[in-house]
Design a protein around this ligand. Sequence first.
Ligand SMILES: C[C@H](O)[C@H](O)[C@H]1CNC2=NC(N)=NC(=O)C2=N1
Length: 101
Amino acid sequence: MQQLDSWELREDEQGRLHLQRTWVTKNFLKGLALCDKIAEVAEGEGHHPDLHLTGWNKLTVSLWTHARNGLTENDFILAAKLDGINKEGLLRGKKKYFKDV
Ligand SMILES: C[C@H](O)[C@H](O)[C@H]1CNC2=NC(N)=NC(=O)C2=N1
């Protein structure tokens, strides 16, 4: 899945395949703002993700086609569109482990 390099294949407890990835946001409000942006895209697609906002700022998105109990092309299309969302100002930056010299 060259284009979807941050998504993982996961199997749920019923053996259904999902596409899944997590975004870490700056805070709880930014997590909800990202959910809102995702919701707009999903409504436009008529295809919806499972959203899990946990630990106040970790948004795990899980894509699968409920009507088919697994993955369809719609899930891959939605994943690419979610990657394309402008997340400017929403995501926690990379941790700097070295003091700026
Ligand atoms: C009627 C409605 O469009 C359908 O039920 C859509 C809504 N969004 C959906 N989203 C997902 N992930 N799977 C579906 O099967 C699905 N079905």
